[in-house]
Design a protein around this ligand. Structure first.
Ligand code: ADP
Ligand code: ZN
Ligand code: ZN
Length: 718
């Protein structure tokens, strides 16, 4: 039977499927709009899908949609098209793409209505009758006296509950109302520097067309101020703005800067509840929310009238998702801006090689902020040759002396060591046994605090320490290799009276703890800050006069071609913490390979110099941004099966016009009992790479236990 008429819809269901499904719309329902959700039968169950098109006729006997969930499109046509494009570009099943794009609450079919936000204020001239022992009511009342108005979205941070406010409302002390949705813009109190003005004017002159900008400026040079002034103009024109920030940077410090200027904005990140995320999503889609500041996945938010996209710290690795749909939010931001015909501003003190190349070839307009307004000079660099130098607990003697000098002059010293734990080896000095994880090919890291134990940093498994070697039985267990805890220990011995703060994933587990820690450190005027890269991101420590990088070699000599880039970025970011006030800061880098060309050019000519050297090396190797690359990964419990499947995919790719390397064991071959293999696919042009990947994207391993993935534009090779 030929099913015809215009009442057939194409639906994407958020499952691991490559195709859309056709359904008919029964006469009792009105035809859903594109972008609306529908409830459809699927197999023996049902699913919530999104209508992405209409079909004239179908040769199949179609099933009916059961319900239309949205009478207005929930997903804008632009985002529907974005989904199709993503499936194509990342060679990922269309259904899974929508699973990533849609908020969980939307997939669960929750209604998309927008409750206006509530606020509470004190009733004037009311008699305040709160019982003395009603502590929480007193607390709320105090806060209301301080702030006059409290919004629903601030309740949590203020430690006030709805129940308490309801009680106060019943007593006639407070009244509840809807937050006015109009935007109040507080004009900038700052007059921009000449460079800022040039940047702001260039972007503002481009609000009607697509143009990507690379805003290159050191930390504190005033990039955020540029974003704020551009957004100010966009909002005044009645349009919306999307601001993407790295995972770790979304702190109250950062959002407060936006709040001070714009009364109405929303944040979106992984800690926001499903319901709240969906609500914000709907508000953006309906045009009711003018500004969204969010992490990676906020890039999928539909907008009614988007006017600008900002990507802060565009080089940050957290913009790339490392599982399922392996997308780059930075690249999608540029893509969306180009489709929408709006500007996209990429800001960084240490731009990615990709963006640097795009600026050089004039695809992106290059804007530079070279000065910090009214602030210090950049720090001086010193590379400490570690060969033939006495080292104690990871730190060589000249460095210890210099740290001492800075501490004596009331400076704060920041120590970067990119390994947590105490020691990276746990060995028998007699027979050479090393402690390894039973589930991974990984050496265990020795931790002294809070508990003495061994831990696998791949799968997290913990092990009790041993007193004698399990192989030879001798009591000759020792530790080697340095982590944050050992550096702290060494410094405690040398400077017993100096306050120390260690910041790593062991001492700070959640973003909330991180924020609390940074707030405390803001007021710590002296002492030692010891930590991993967590220390490097977007936080200001005005008293730091010296930065020491303990082990830079790991990164510069990494097997991952992006290792040097990441390491240089990290060093420049931490160096940006030194000498913020009047005094010039000092940066020390310990290295066993001081002649490394990347390191040498970084120290001699700064990040720009590093860029020169690194781009030359990449060009010689045909690595991105000079060629296109994808990584194929396969893993499973059976080593041979995983390797064979990886080889099968790579051999199929070898039939195409691309260069293929592999299969090879992944740098860590076994993680959590899964054996991992990978191969690299390279091509000079995008088209060749994608044509090749298209031929393999739907291949299926024979065993369901083998999993595999295509990673386009990989950000790491591990
Ligand atoms: P970035 O985003 O590049 O780190 P910010 O925009 O945060 O830089 O600016 C750093 C500090 O300098 C902020 O406190 C900001 O208020 C201040 N600032 C920015 N631009 C100016 C200016 N033109 N004049 C004075 N202070 C400024
Ligand atoms: Zn032994
Ligand atoms: Zn493990």
């Amino acid at each position: 039977m030929l099913n015809s008429g215009s009442n057939i819809v194409k639906v994407v269901v958020p499952r691991r499927v490559w195709e859309t499904y056709d359904y008919s719309v029964p006469a009792r329902l009105s035809r859903p709009l594109i972008g609306a959700r529908v409830s459809v039968p699927l197999g023996h169950g049902r699913a919530v899908g999104v209508v992405v098109g209409y079909v004239k006729q179908s040769e199949f006997d179609l099933r009916d949609i059961e319900r239309v969930l949205d009478d207005q499109p929930l997903v804008s046509e632009e985002v529907v098209e974005l989904g199709m494009w993503l499936s194509d570009y990342y060679h990922h099943p269309l259904g899974s793409v929508f699973e990533t794009i849609l908020p969980t609450a939307a997939i669960r079919g929750q209604p998309a209505h927008i409750e206006p936000e509530k606020q509470w204020s004190l009733v004037e001239q009311s008699n305040v009758l709160i019982r003395a022992n009603a502590k929480r009511q007193h607390h709320a009342w105090q806060k209301l006296l301080e702030r006059r108005v409290i919004r629903e979205s601030n309740l949590k941070e203020l430690g006030i509950t709805r129940t308490v406010l309801d009680a106060l409302e019943r007593k006639g002390i407070v009244e509840m109302s809807n937050v006015a949705t109009s935007q109040i813009i507080t004009p900038s109190p700052i007059s921009p520097t000449a460079e800022q003005k040039r940047a702001i004017d260039s972007i503002k002159a481009n609000l009607e067309t697509f143009q990507a900008f690379l805003l290159d400026g050191v930390t504190g040079s005033g990039k955020t101020e540029v974003y704020l002034q551009v957004i100010d103009e966009v909002i005044r024109q009645g349009k919306q703005a999307l601001v993407l920030v790295p995972e770790i940077a979304l702190t109250p410090q950062m959002t407060n800067r936006f709040h001070e200027r714009f009364s109405r904005m929303a944040v979106m990140h992984s800690m926001i509840s499903n319901a709240k995320r969906f609500e914000t999503w709907c508000q953006a889609a309906s045009g009711d929310m003018p500004i969204i500041v969010g992490t990676r996945s906020a890039v999928f938010t539909p907008f009614k009238d988007l006017g600008v996209i900002v990507v802060d710290e565009e080089h940050d690795a957290s913009y790339k998702q490392s599982e399922s749909l392996r997308y780059s939010a930075r690249d999608i931001a540029v893509m969306r801006a180009s489709k929408l015909g709006i500007p996209c501003v990429l800001g960084s003190a240490t731009p990615s090689m990709e963006s640097v190349m795009n600026a050089r070839t004039h695809r992106y307009q290059y804007l530079q902020l070279s000065h910090r307004p009214g602030a210090a000079q950049l720090p001086s660099f010193h590379v400490q040759d570690m060969r033939h130098t006495r080292v104690k607990g990871g730190i060589c003697e000249p460095l210890l002396r210099t740290i001492g000098e800075h501490l004596n002059r009331d400076g704060q010293v920041l120590i970067l060591i990119n390994r947590r734990g105490h020691s990276t080896y746990y060995i028998c000095t007699d027979c050479g046994w090393t402690a390894n994880c039973t589930d991974c090919d990984v050496r265990l890291t020795w931790h002294e605090v809070p508990v003495r134990l061994l831990q696998c940093h791949s799968c997290g498994r913990r092990y009790q320490p041993v007193t004698q070697c399990p192989d030879c039985g001798k009591k000759s267990i020792a530790t080697l290799g340095v982590g944050t805890q050992q550096v702290e220990e060494t410094l405690a011995e040398s400077f017993p009276d100096v306050p120390r703060h260690r910041i790593d994933r062991d001492s700070v587990r959640t973003n909330r703890q991180l924020t609390a820690m940074f707030n405390r450190l803001q007021h710590a005027k002296d002492g030692l800050l010891i930590g991993t890269q967590m220390l490097a991101k977007g936080h200001h420590f005005p008293n730091v006069t010296m930065v020491a990088v303990i082990a830079a070699d790991n990164g510069f000599l990494s097997t991952d071609f992006r290792g040097p880039e990441r390491t240089a970025q990290l060093i420049v970011q931490v160096a940006g913490r030194a000498g913020r006030a009047e005094k010039r800061g000092e940066v020390w880098i310990q290295s066993y390979d001081p002649d490394n060309p990347d390191l040498m050019s970084l120290v001699r000519d700064g990040y720009e110099g590093f860029t020169e050297t690194e781009l030359r090396l990449r060009r010689e190797a045909n690595f991105p941004p000079f060629g296109q690359m994808a990584v194929i990964r396969a893993e499973g419990p059976d080593e041979r099966v995983a390797e064979e499947f990886c080889a099968e995919v790579l051999n199929a790719l070898r039939q195409c016009d691309v260069r293929v390397l592999g299969p090879a064991a992944a740098p860590i071959t076994r993680v959590a009992r899964q054996y991992r293999f990978q191969g690299v696919v390279m091509a000079p042009q995008r088209r060749q790479l994608h044509d090749a990947l298209k031929t393999v994207e739907r291949m299926r391993p024979k065993s369901r236990k083998t999993r595999w993935s295509i990673d386009v534009d990989p950000s790491e090779m591990a």
